[in-house]
Design a protein around this ligand. Sequence first.
Ligand code: HSE
Length: 439
Amino acid sequence: MVAPLKVGIAGLGTVGAEVVRLIEQQARILSARSGRGVRVVAVTARSKAKKRDLDLRGVTWAKNALELAHDPAIDCFVELMGGSGDPALSAIEAALKSGKSVVTANKALIAKHGLRLAKWAEQGDVALNFEAAVGAAIPIIKTLREGLAGTGINRVYGILNGTCNYILSRMEQEGLSFAECLKDAQRLGYAEANPSFDVDGHDTAQKLAILASLAFGTKVAQNAVYVEGISSIKPEDLRAAEELGFRVKLLGVAVRTAKGIEQRVHPTMVPKSSSIAQVMGVTNAVTIDGEGIPPITLVGPGAGGAATASAVVADIVDVARGIRAKPFGRPVERLRATSKAPMERHEGGYYIRLMARDLAGTAATIATRLAQQKISIESIVQRHPDGVDALVANGKASPVPVILVTYATNEDAVHHALEAVQRDKVISGRPQVIRIEKN
Ligand code: HSE
């Protein structure tokens, strides 16, 4: 009879409390699946007095995370405190160095210190599992690390931030502004305390850096990710996307190109027929293009207590089973350094929305400037906003939206063409440019 796995949990917030509950409620299933019992024997949290509705009888309280990490009575240290540095970092390091396996849901910490921690885990032949750090309940880490261990990966991309997808979905469905939808996301508790972390794309970038490492064997490097958020997206872009057969999503994309691995986060036009385009609201989704197989898309809840706890407990079961996968799918010393791919070299189609002077020759000027950069136009539409006359009394043209979709080109060419169009004074304001990602 194998002894039960003794678990220590640091952090009893929404996720920590849910993990304790799940381990208790699912005790028989966990034991059947791991071949041994799984028991929470010690915990620590900022406030012991806080009402939690948990049965913690017989569970030891450690003074702090570091003390818990050193506790010889536990086999597995579960970090659910959050934060990219201490106290979580020192506690995880201490647990690994003292031969304990670690489970964490902390994407910020793994994105920043994952390699150093993975080295410690490898040296001690213990596990460092972080399934919940990306896409919560979606088993994307395991899919890349184990399920697709025999398959080359060409591209992994997804909706990795529920807040942004919620905002874009509501903007599209209800024609609301970005600011209105952000306010609602905050009211509903989806957005992080600092909403900029979500809407400016940094949360997605941390998750993408982790996925890129698993997919391509690169060192996790958040600073190798090009990042652009969603705050410039307007309801008119979403309406135009709809008419053109696209949807706008904040995507994290890691792709193998002839020039290296490109990692980028930005608002993206995806074909309305694609799996990823169907994903609305706070739901997350990841698509993997593997060599020789059609794309695989995983869809599910990317945040929340129950969804995150589901992945944390699965990681604990792996520890109980004795699985010791290399945290990033291969030894840390075999991971390759990676740097930020210059976006000027990015190749793809582009959606461009311009406010153009509605006079003879404007379309010709725009087309000429694009042609000079060898950009081929797939479609061009000019809209007359309802009730607006093209010509105002003094003979000046009022600007009208012109929407272009280009065939594949490179970003440098798009910038040069648009700079020339601006110099020609046939448009007003800054052009809106959104990259298109084909499936
Ligand atoms: N703020 C994140 C989101 C939570 O909106 O998806 C999960 O990382």
